[in-house]
Design a protein. Sequence first.
Length: 559
Amino acid sequence: MASILPLGLALYFSVGCSGGKLASSAWRKPNITTSLTDRVRIADAGVQKAISMLSPDAQFDGQSLAYAAQLYSQMAELDIVSNQTQYADTLRNNFLNAPHRQTNFSDTLAYGHAACRAYVAYNDSVFYDYAVQSWWFGRTYTLSSQEIAAGTTSVKNFTLSKECQDITMAGGTFWVSVLPSSPGARMMDSSSAQSTDANEPTIASLGTGTFFVLSALLAELTSDPTEKNLYLQAAAASANFTQAHLLNSQGLVQDTISALSNASCASNSIHESYDAGLAIEGLSILYSVTGDPATQSLLNSIVVATIPNTAWQHSNGVLTNGDLYLLRGLTSLYARQSIPDLQDDIGQYIAVQFNAVIDLTTANGTNIYGNAWAGPPSSAFSPVNQSNALSALLGAINLRNTSDVSGSPSPEPSSTPTNSPLASPHKSNDAIIIGIVLAVVALMGVAISIWAIRRRRSRSASMRISPVSFSMWDSLRQISGEHTRDAPDQPPPTVGSKSAPGLRPAAAAAAPMVRVGAQDTAQLPPPPNLPTDELVRMLNERLQNRNWDEEEAPPEYPV
């Protein structure tokens, strides 16, 4: 316990005292002056323009199937935040008739996200079933603890690396990066990036992050304890993999790491805004389900590193190229109020992107948006550029300003804040400084007192873990039949440097792993110590409503 106290205090103060530290006076138009009604109208016009470009099979001609899936997700999102159901029938027909139902389902993770949002919007079980089917596909390409122990996986033809810098490789999802045909295309082309090449060893943030988000969404949606436990385990494994193997010492999410046993954990130092966006989205959802402080701390560190980063934005805060995933992640974070002290800053950052999109990326009346969010506008429609822009238009609907009237559409009650998101500019004065200093001193006193009490208890207790607040690292070891290495309050081993094996990034080396546990023990009982295959069997039996043959494998879906 003593070994993690300094880090715990640092993370605590990082979360508690960083409000107002991200917003910059150089940001372009960080406030919303467009009325809520007009924001809904602008977003709907952009969605309608994209729909008009779909072919009769509800796809974009000659384009990846994932592009249409991104649009489907945004159609549902618009209905959620505007409290409407105008796209319910359209989406139901699109899901039933789209070509991916008859060909392959390698685009499934993108459709899974769309299905989850459609289920939230319309409460139609057909969408939930699609999301579950999508999750099964993603799980096939995600390394389990059993596969790591065996050193093999059925979808690859090479020996797996079991650990990198003493941390399990379980939780990583295979993906292949592709060169974009135009700036910003890579972040959207999730389908053609999905690895079905049995010899490709790359695990990437795009794959891991997309599966992470889908797992977290399903955990948030289901009320069945067995299903929730299964999805929470998957989400936490993805989060811990990201923290251990894809997060650098600055809190930036890197692109890839090799799962090949003789590759010495080879990785790259590339970090992109969309990698961070997926991690932010997944962590914000996971934290809303579990309330785990370690999850919030990890989320905070990524947000604080991502928003000010000049690698993907101009000095005025406007993104150089549109990014669906970053805006979607920040919108999820803002709607769930996962980091209250950064709520205003996040809202202002979303406002910067919204104002840039409507001012600089579209010509009047066309409702077509370009890729360069600092301009110039584009008159040529691109599903990538349009969906990127729609992420900013939709994100701004959650924001409030004084021009909003009571009769305007209201966002989803369960995921939108009730307070005004945009505060007046931060002021520096003696009173504020004194208040902050006193607050820090008080918090330090409270934290030290709590630590002292817990330390005394730990000396007299017999190392028991609360059944509803356990380390995912320990749970994964229990599931795979291994004994836990650490005491309940002792952090697990962490990852080494991605660029130089054997070295440990300062942030990753000390940070506690993500913890999963129910907030209400009456609603969610303690997760059983069952093998993952047993949990899979139970979930599939429930979904199929039939008995399970022990010799039968989990269901397979077309790939």
